[in-house]
Design a protein around this ligand. Sequence first.
Ligand code: FAD
Ligand code: DLZ
Ligand code: SF4
Length: 499
Amino acid sequence: MRLILVLGDQLTDKIAALREGDPDEDVVVMAEVAAEAEYVPHHPKKIAFCFSAMRHFAQELEAAGWTVDYATLTDGLASIPEALLSASERHGTTEVVATRPGEWRLIAALEETPLDVAVLEDDRFIASHAEFEAWAEGRKELRMEWFYREMRRKTGLLMNGGKPAEGKWNFDHENRKPAPGEVEFGGPMRFAPDAMTDEVLDLVEARFGSNFGTLRPFWFAVTRGQARRALTHFIKGGLPKFGDYQDAMLSGEPFLWHSVLSMYLNAGLLDPMEICEAAEAAYREGSAPINAVEGFIRQIIGWREYMRGVYFREGPDYVRRNALNHRRALPGFFWTAATGMRCVAKAIEQTRDEAYAHHIQRLMVTGNFALLAGIDPADVHAWYLAVYADAYEWVEAPNVIGMSQFADGGIVGSKPYVSSGNYIDRMSDYCGDCSYSVKTKTGEGACPFNLLYWAFLDRHRERFAGNPRMANMYRTWDRMDEAKRDAILEEAAAFLEAL
Ligand code: FAD
Ligand code: DLZ
Ligand code: SF4
């Protein structure tokens, strides 16, 4: 008899440890524990989703014939190792089978238990660690695009006889339309909480009610069956325009045509290939265009897999990198949304209400601001890890430390994702009602993104001026008259001082 550990983001009967186990002999251990619920102040919706999905999954395992030793948070277990030790005493075995956790912290914790833990690779991904290593080995630059093409070849997705569908690997240049006035897709499928979820909601309210984030209304899928319905709903209603408006932002429209499937995918309720195959089928049937389907599939078999590869390749110190030596503390408004910058306030309000923001809001609004303002990337990382329902370190850290904050010195991105207010204005409706003016570059009411953008480039001139992709920006800065440059730098410094 062995203990089969199933973590809160391993909720599938395809997980390696369950495939290895025997329902007639072994006992599944699942535990809601303080250490996992508190390593960052998670958004209440994220905790509720995790616990409710865990409880529903335990019920499904029992129905399938497994014995499940399930500890709820009120059982008072401190950590996953403690849950294993306590189960080990109850069941009289020291043998544990686990699937490798998605975070170095928990990998180390499992290694340190006095139990006999066999850790199996998590093979819910398209590329194994060995495959990613083989691809990365000896390359000067880890360009996602090249990795993505390998994944297209490997999976056969959108391939016609060895060639990419419609002759091109990437249709991104068609995917940059600003938001239209109206969004006819109503967003993700919503589910009414059942009695099991209601119980979790009460628990989360009592224990984590003071964390940043609104718990109710809670509408997430909490079972694989519901997540499958959410997938079908997106493929039909959202996917056709996913590409066109992928980068657009609209006040009051948190979801636009995004899938809002990342939390289900990361928790194990959905499988990456089943999502991509559903998207490809829509393309083959003619119900979604190539720019939408290719763009969507690239996010999953390209970016998502690539990020995981980088996290595990770079090792436990990745989350502490700070290549640009940014030291400023995270401003309080990240927890209150109380800022006159309307774009930032909208992205944070929506994060508070839904535990969700789409990619461009994360990258070009909150992330862009944090980078321009020189916020300590460790603080930025802790914030993102806490506030999004889909945030687990293996995927959050390379997006934040790497893509968004350039704190890894250029592993994920070849240049920092920074922009002035212009980009936000072009892609959103935020600027119209903002207390700042996006058209104003200096002086009274100047948009802080305009000031901070140039101040950032100036501050990091030594590092970036030689980057061919940034040469234009430096030329523009250098052509500005000196008085204007001085005014920008002074006003940017004053703004940061007042943060
Ligand atoms: P869609 O826009 O519908 O995209 C489809 C799917 O593609 C997503 O469900 C997701 O699984 C995948 N995907 C898209 N972009 C990425 C990416 N860059 N990396 C990995 N997968 C991607 N994603 C997370 O899953 N967890 C995180 O903690 C997370 N933190 C992020 C932090 C920052 C600063 C940035 C810039 C991005 C982050 N992302 C993260 C990536 C991306 O923003 C989210 O995956 C996406 O917004 C989830 O919403 P969606 O399901 O509607 O995605
Ligand atoms: C996110 C999360 C939370 C909030 N709580 C638990 C928990 O109580 N028990 C558990 O097994 N998993 C939880 N998780 C998910 C883990 O944090 C996740 O497995 C690790 O971070 C590795 O990705
Ligand atoms: Fe954001 Fe500047 Fe536009 Fe205001 S004016 S919404 S701060 S980009």
